[in-house]
Design a binder for this molecule. Structure first.
Ligand code: HEM
Ligand SMILES: *[C@@H]1O[C@H](CO)[C@@H](O)[C@H](O)[C@H]1NC(C)=O
Ligand SMILES: *[C@@H]1O[C@H](CO)[C@@H](O)[C@H](O)[C@H]1NC(C)=O
Ligand SMILES: *[C@@H]1O[C@H](CO)[C@@H](O)[C@H](O)[C@H]1NC(C)=O
Length: 443
């Protein structure tokens, strides 16, 4: 995966330190600094970002305040843009020897690979920054940050909704002053958010959360940013897929077996197919927009698309097969295909949900999901089994042999199977002999 190439550039660190000490001493704290900010998951575990877009001499630059949970975490990152590839990002980790000062490394990723240091932009960490056991508090000045050659990116400072994202690195210890140090992949997908850069433009200085300008927050922590940092689109994807595969499709099967009403089965499964279309649509949208395997080559995406086509096949075979049966009165051979494609797609859907959860870094959720899905199927199959037994009993009491026995007549095959006549099998033995002569439909 990641290849470890260089030991950062010592020159960059030196110049960074030099500029840093120079800068912080001349830094103006007094005036009102325009800024726009964003808070994810308000509360003690929040991730907060504020930006200032300076006018004047440093009009190629940006100032940031970035705060994120640090407990046990190797690194945190803030990115400019809406995708990983080619965007300018700032990776923050503890310094060598954990001096309490964070290292801020400007980087660019050439794809879904470890981002590497860029020298197109230089970062100065301001003295107000610190790392505690629990949190990273970073104030930094990024020089030449509005455009970067490597990756050809830029940020539109006139935008009132410019895209940014943050990512939280995996658990682990990372203490280094090396701006190109190796980092491990984030376990969760980065969270996208927008900042109003127009309102953040003016006097230069350290931006603060919610001081002036525009403030955007995800205060309930459930929208863009759930416990596992699932984006809104991804949460929608997982929700509709989960609903379709764990509730709707099993329900459609159950209703068919319980009530033997084909239209009911058709209606419920069609709703499931509708949800699946939404799920595939949101899955593809998330893949492209968040740049998560956008060529759809991950096993989850491949199996998902395959499952989707099998579902469409099951739906089509069921519809045509039933229409043919209605027309000709004999079961259509297409129904065999329907009976294979239907259960197969539900099984593949289950497997693919587990793969999707693992891919999204939610291995723990797999066990809970499996138990829930098993319970659903235990209930569904028990009900179907109970119904089948009941039907068999009814059929036994109404079978030609049983009627023959009760009526004392020779068997004459009926044109239509006799309807259920409400006589339970076990009662027959205990009834007096003359009862057998009574016509079963007039007990
Ligand atoms: C049978 C069909 C599918 C099911 C049941 C399914 C279900 C799921 C679930 C449960 C997750 C985990 C989401 C979370 O909680 O964070 C997920 C993630 C995801 N799915 Fe699907 N999915 C299906 C098909 C697809 C398809 C067809 C695509 C796109 C072509 C797709 C793209 C994605 C992406 C990009 C993720 C995020 C992975 C990451 O975090 O890196 N899925 N899916
Ligand atoms: C950033 O620092 C490097 C190394 O000192 C230097 O070569 C480069 O010109 C600097 N870039 C900017 C935009 O200041
Ligand atoms: C700081 O701002 C106040 C008013 O906002 C002003 O009176 C004061 O002179 C300023 N101090 C400096 C050092 O600029
Ligand atoms: C974010 O967390 C920090 C530290 O836990 C806290 O001081 C700050 O008030 C929090 N901010 C918000 C908006 O919740």
């Amino acid at each position: 995966m990641f290849t470890f190439r260089g030991f950062g550039s010592k020159a960059a660190i030196l110049s960074t330190l030099l500029i840093s000490s120079l800068y912080t001493s001349t830094y103006a704290q007094n005036t009102t600094i325009p800024s726009s900010s964003y808070i994810a998951n308000a509360g003690s575990n929040n991730v907060s970002v504020a930006v200032n877009v300076p006018e004047g001499a440093d009009k190629k630059d940006l100032y940031f305040h970035f705060e994120a949970p640090a407990k046990g975490r190797s690194w945190v990152g803030l990115g400019i843009g809406d995708q990983m590839t080619g965007s300018l990002m700032f990776i923050v980790y503890r310094s060598e020897g954990n001096t309490g000062e964070p290292t801020v490394s400007p980087r660019i990723a050439s794809g879904h690979v470890m981002p590497r240091q860029t020298t197109d932009s230089n970062v100065t960490v301001l003295s107000s920054s610190k790392v505690t056991d629990d949190r990273f508090y970073v104030d930094f000045h990024c020089m030449s940050c509005r455009e970067w050659n490597n990756g050809g990116g830029k940020v539109d400072v006139t935008s009132s909704d410019a895209s940014f994202y943050f990512a939280l690195g995996p658990d682990g210890t990372l203490e280094s002053d090396d701006l190109n140090v190796q980092i491990n992949q984030h376990p969760d997908i980065p969270t996208l958010f927008g900042l109003d850069l127009k309102s953040a433009t003016g006097t230069n200085g350290v931006p603060t959360i919610g001081s002036t300008g525009d403030q955007d927050s995800d205060s309930d922590g459930t929208d863009d940013y759930g416990p596992g940092f699932t984006s809104r689109g991804l949460a929608a994807h997982a929700f509709v897929m989960g609903l379709a595969f764990t509730i709707i499709y099993p329900l459609g099967y159950l209703l068919l077996r319980l009530f033997e009403r084909v239209w009911l089965h058709w209606a419920v499964q069609s709703f499931g197919v509708f949800l699946t279309i939404l799920g595939v649509g949101s899955g593809i949208a998330v893949s492209i927009k968040n740049d998560i395997s956008p060529k759809l080559t991950h096993p989850h995406q491949i199996i998902g698309l395959l499952t989707f086509f099998i579902i469409l096949a099951a739906w089509t075979l069921g519809l045509i097969g039933h229409m043919m049966y209605k027309k000709k009165g004999v079961p259509s051979p297409l129904m065999k295909g329907h009976r294979i494609a239907g259960p197969l797609s539900i099984l593949l859907g289950f497997v693919n949900t587990c793969i999707g959860l693992a891919w999204a870094g939610k291995r723990i959720a797999i066990a809970g999901y499996t138990v829930f899905d098993l319970l659903v199927w235990i209930v569904v199959l028990s009900l179907v089994f109970w119904k089948k037994k009941r039907n068999m009993r009814k059929q036994a009491t109404n079978s030609a042999a049983a009627q023959n026995f009760r009526e004392g007549q020779t068997y004459d095959p009926p044109m239509n199977p006799p309807a259920y006549q409400g006589v339970a099998m076990q009662n027959l033995d205990s009834r007096p002999a003359e009862y057998y002569n009574v016509q079963p439909n007039k007990p």
